[in-house]
Design a protein around this ligand. Structure first.
Ligand SMILES: NC(=O)c1ccc[n+]([C@@H]2O[C@H](COP(=O)([O-])OP(=O)(O)OC[C@H]3O[C@@H](n4cnc5c(N)ncnc54)[C@H](OP(=O)(O)O)[C@@H]3O)[C@@H](O)[C@H]2O)c1
Length: 249
């Protein structure tokens, strides 16, 4: 408890699944403020209620926005910095689009869907990092991008999603290299298979009970968001690897 005392975080895709569980874990660890972003306003409000039931002291800022739209990203960052009086310690790029379900092979992949997936999963993290950096550069900050094993292996049928995560891995490495001498650290985490709406849409024929509850994979994110990992930069983690939080500690 208290590992994120006084910290302000922005988490995209925090209305359900992993993002919501991360927000709850951050609040439980004493985060001062959480900006939670997703498109669906109603589910975001439910998320706010759940987070505040856990930690009434945490300020929860709800921002309904589509991160695939650059103008929404401008609004998300401006609203967050305005509400948190210029403070932002943590950015979690978690929101993601899986694309059409069932997932088509590349030969049949519609161009518009391909673009939407890339805009959401790759261009949005690029822009969000760009936009929050001025606020983080002086006081330091932790950026965590949520990747996937589909970002290091080209699985048939995982099309634009996997390709976007390959891009995200490269984006993460490049930002990390360019920020090497700064106070801002960039790391990325593959959470592993989880029982969430996204995974159920991706593999509707599979039994979702075989996948982890997203609640159980939040430790690495708390660790990377906290000052315990101050010296950890430019690293890739697997959340369901038991040693994940000890790799670089
Ligand atoms: N589930 C897995 O097994 C698994 C495995 C490896 C990696 N991951 C990664 O883990 C992360 C979380 O996934 P999840 O499984 O928790 O997904 P999820 O349960 O489907 O949640 C996705 C969240 O992102 C939001 N979102 C989607 N598109 C958005 C957009 N354009 N703008 C703003 N918010 C948007 C959704 O809300 P709205 O729909 O209301 O916008 C929701 O809050 C993703 O980066 C995913 O790639 C998941």
């Amino acid at each position: 408890m208290g590992r994120l005392q006084g910290k302000y975080a922005l988490i995209t895709g925090a209305s359900q699944g992993l993002g919501l569980q991360m927000a709850i874990a951050f609040a439980r660890e004493g985060a001062a403020g959480l900006a939670i972003v997703a498109r669906g306003a109603e589910r975001l409000e439910d998320a706010r209620r759940l987070i505040q039931a856990t930690a009434p002291e945490t300020t929860v800022l709800v921002i309904a926005a589509d991160v695939s739209q650059p103008q929404d990203i401008e609004r998300v960052v401006a609203t967050t910095l305005n509400e948190f009086q210029g403070h932002l310690d943590i950015l979690i790029n978690n929101a993601s689009a899986i694309g059409p379900s069932p997932m088509p092979f590349l030969l049949d992949y519609p161009l518009e869907d391909f673009r939407t997936v890339l805009n959401t999963n790759l261009i949005a993290p690029f822009l969000l990092i760009k936009k929050v950096l001025p606020a983080m550069i002086e006081s330091g900050g932790s950026i965590v991008n949520v990747t996937s094993d589909a970002g290091i292996t080209g699985y048939p049928g995982w099309g634009a999603y996997g390709i976007s995560k390959f891009g995200l891995e490269g984006l993460s490495q490049t930002w990390a290299a360019e920020l090497e001498d700064s106070q801002v650290r960039v790391n990325w985490v593959d959470p592993g298979n989880m029982n969430t709406a996204m995974h159920r849409a991706a593999e509707p024929e599979e039994d979702p009970s075989q996948w982890a509850d997203p609640k159980t994979v939040t430790d690495i994110f708390v660790y990377l968001a906290s000052d315990e990992s101050k010296a950890v930069h430019g690293q890739r983690f697997e959340a369901q690897d038991e040693d994940a939080t000890h790799v670089a500690a």
